[in-house]
Ligand binder design. Sequence first.
Ligand SMILES: CC(C)(COP(=O)(O)OP(=O)(O)OC[C@H]1O[C@@H](n2cnc3c(N)ncnc32)[C@H](O)[C@@H]1OP(=O)(O)O)[C@@H](O)C(=O)NCCC(=O)NCCS
Length: 163
Amino acid sequence: MTNSDNTNAISDRDIEIREVGLDELPVISRMNWTLFNERRIINRFDRADLMMLVAYADGDPVGFKVGYGKADGVYYSAKGGTVPLVRRRGIARILLDEMIDRAIKLGYQRFAFDTFPSLHVGMTLMAIDAGFVINGVDYSESMNAYRFRFIRDLVPPEDEASY
Ligand SMILES: CC(C)(COP(=O)(O)OP(=O)(O)OC[C@H]1O[C@@H](n2cnc3c(N)ncnc32)[C@H](O)[C@@H]1OP(=O)(O)O)[C@@H](O)C(=O)NCCC(=O)NCCS
């Protein structure tokens, strides 16, 4: 961080979201390793409407979100997170909102992601706070945990205004 001697000084104004291409995968790879301790980001990148967003705070990458289109008008957020030093400053929510806005513009009707409530409590609480509902639960042997599928209808801005 360049604008402060204290990471608590990060505000929404300091955060910039950039959509990046495959040439910038190393930036995401480094954060992915820090957050998940694994080399795999997602299984495949040859996906419909692949979207890779990176959050920068004063030029430093501090979070990411990778998503792609699925069948039946669903846009799926496959992976993401915020580096530990700058958590609870709204960065994951900004990334989520940005991906949702872009998915609406791409014409998707619903937005979904999977998470493991026992492993990723913050993501689970953010899902509920952001209006997602659970529409599936299964058990992952490899993670030794239950996986929840969260989903939300996407409301185009003109419809939202009339609420
Ligand atoms: C979950 C994660 C992405 C949240 O990132 P973040 O930038 O700190 O999240 P935000 O500051 O945008 O929080 C948005 C909301 O999510 C919820 N939330 C996030 N982290 C939380 C936590 N640790 N405890 C409780 N609620 C939390 C809150 O509702 C929060 O809003 P609030 O701060 O106004 O209460 C981050 O903790 C992370 O990267 N965790 C490890 C990887 C991970 O879980 N990835 C998701 C896998 S599906």
